[in-house]
Design a protein around this ligand. Sequence first.
Ligand code: ATR
Length: 273
Amino acid sequence: MDKYAVFGNPIKHSKSPAIHHKFAELLNEPVHYEAILAPLDGFSAAVNDFFVSGGLGANVTMPFKEQAFELCDQLSDRAQSAGAVNTLKKLKSGELYGDNTDGAGLVNDLLNNNITLKGQHILLMGAGGAARGVLLPLIEQQPASITLVNRTKNKAQQLAELFSQYIDIAVYDFHELPIANYDVVINSTSSSIEGVLPNITAEHIQSASAVYDMVYSDKETIFIAWAKSHNKNAVMLDGIGMLIGQAAEAYNVWRDTFPPVEQVIRLAKDKAL
Ligand code: ATR
């Protein structure tokens, strides 16, 4: 069996083993994928042990993505711009390669749901690691504009500065966010995990054709439930497609084969994963 793993803390509820085993089953490939709880002060030792014992590749989740970035000998452009790594691969040379597949997971999920990004006005909520991880892949889709709104405006300003070579990002806090025609509204804040709503008004999402919450859960997220009650026409998606999409990109980095994402998303939505 070819050995892969996901490292995180906590990690018990990770869906990654089920997703990767389903990919391997559908592709008829010999993959073993486990969830590893790394101690908060022992991430690099845990990763090292895994690769020494024959591991071929790994995913990295909270709170270790920035540490994983530091560990790598080589980085993809999208990992470089994210400042974080969610996919590790041991190269034949013995060097550790780091990639970040989160943004591709999001963009592919939007495109697979027939949501246009090119020429559209995007409102991105939140300015943490999740927002940073998806900005370059979003910019590559050539939207007409990206507006960044965050509770702490200063963090949004820093993020906009990081990407200013590619696009001028308008930055606001929630109180001053103009009412404009945002076509695609993406929530990258962790507010849905906390079970609270970000401080956005119905007017901000009324003209949207798509609303996306990067959080996923077995129930509808609080943000998607709220958005549905204020916009009957938009496509509403939570982050399950992004989760499966980033996993598929990682599988492809490791094994040079792209798994059947849509089929696995359907299984997850039918609670059959
Ligand atoms: P992640 O890596 O998931 O992005 P993070 O770096 O801790 O995690 O960032 C969390 C994001 O969610 C931030 O943008 C945070 O806003 P602040 O920068 O002001 O802290 C945002 N966030 C968390 N709870 C929120 C809430 N209740 N309302 C609005 N934004 C919230």
